[in-house]
Design a protein around this ligand. Structure first.
Ligand code: ADP
Ligand code: 5GP
Length: 208
């Protein structure tokens, strides 16, 4: 029986470690496809177009919205971010678990459109550690860091919409926890209706 892919949404405060975790997860396990978003923000040093993001102008972003080429999009700290439709739909069809590393407004839109999506929220072990990680990354100005921390405080109010929270204290432990949750989600009865029906029919026929 062909296993269907799950749309896995991973959110978390800026600096919680989502990018680092997702990189490890896809390196370690084969079945994941990590979606690359389009964004209007500038690339950070070391980021490459088509690898971390598709870096586009606001005009190009608007064009993609008009063409319905994004399955969701949101504005985050003055920039637009959106998930390309093609990649996610193609890989789900092929049975791969597609990971969307997106913020909360986008996550809620995905939940509306795809009620079977699995929503995971990555938390830092403490607010102080979050601040340390965000400053330690060294990629944003203090002004942007403060903006992102304020945004984190707002996002904290929406966490109950998620299926699971995962605490990113030790990196490798957190990767294993995320993987275990996704594996378990495949075993939900709603995702195995065909198998359950087949079993029921076989039992009715006397277990032949
Ligand atoms: P996000 O994608 O959530 O904004 P990043 O993956 O860029 O966060 O991580 C922010 C910073 O924290 C990076 O410098 C990263 O190396 C560091 N980091 C991530 N996870 C851990 C961890 N478990 N322990 C210590 N540092 C971490
Ligand atoms: P960053 O600028 O740190 O790369 O990302 C800022 C925020 O935008 C993060 O919370 C990240 O998860 C989110 N994000 C990245 N891509 C998308 C996307 O396609 N859609 C939405 N809604 N959020 C995204």
């Amino acid at each position: 029986m062909k296993r269907k892919g799950i749309l896995v949404v991973v959110s978390g405060f800026s600096g919680a470690g989502k990018g680092t975790l997702m990189k490890k997860l896809v390196q370690k396990y084969d079945n994941y496809a990590l979606s690359i978003s389009a964004t209007t923000r500038d690339p950070r040093p070391g980021e490459q177009d088509g690898r971390e993001y598709f870096f586009v102008t606001r005009e190009e972003f608007k064009k993609r919205i008009a063409e319905d080429a994004l399955i969701e999009y949101a504005c985050y700290c003055d920039n637009y971010y959106g998930t390309p439709r093609d990649y996610a739909e193609r890989h789900l069809e092929e049975g791969r678990d597609v990971i969307l590393e997106i913020e909360i407004q986008g996550a809620l839109k995905i939940k509306d459109k795809y009620p079977d999506a699995l929503l995971l929220f990555v938390m830092p072990p403490s607010a102080a550690e979050l601040r340390r990680r965000l400053s330690g990354r060294g990629t944003e100005t203090q002004e942007v860091i403060d903006k992102r921390l304020r945004r984190a405080a707002q996002e904290a109010k929406g966490i109950e919409e998620y299926d699971y929270i995962v605490i990113n204290d030790d990196l490798d432990t957190c990767v294993e926890e995320l993987h275990a949750i996704i594996i378990a989600a495949h075993n939900k009865p709603v995702r195995n209706e065909e198998f359950i029906e087949k079993m029921r029919l076989e039992l009715e026929e006397g277990g032949e």
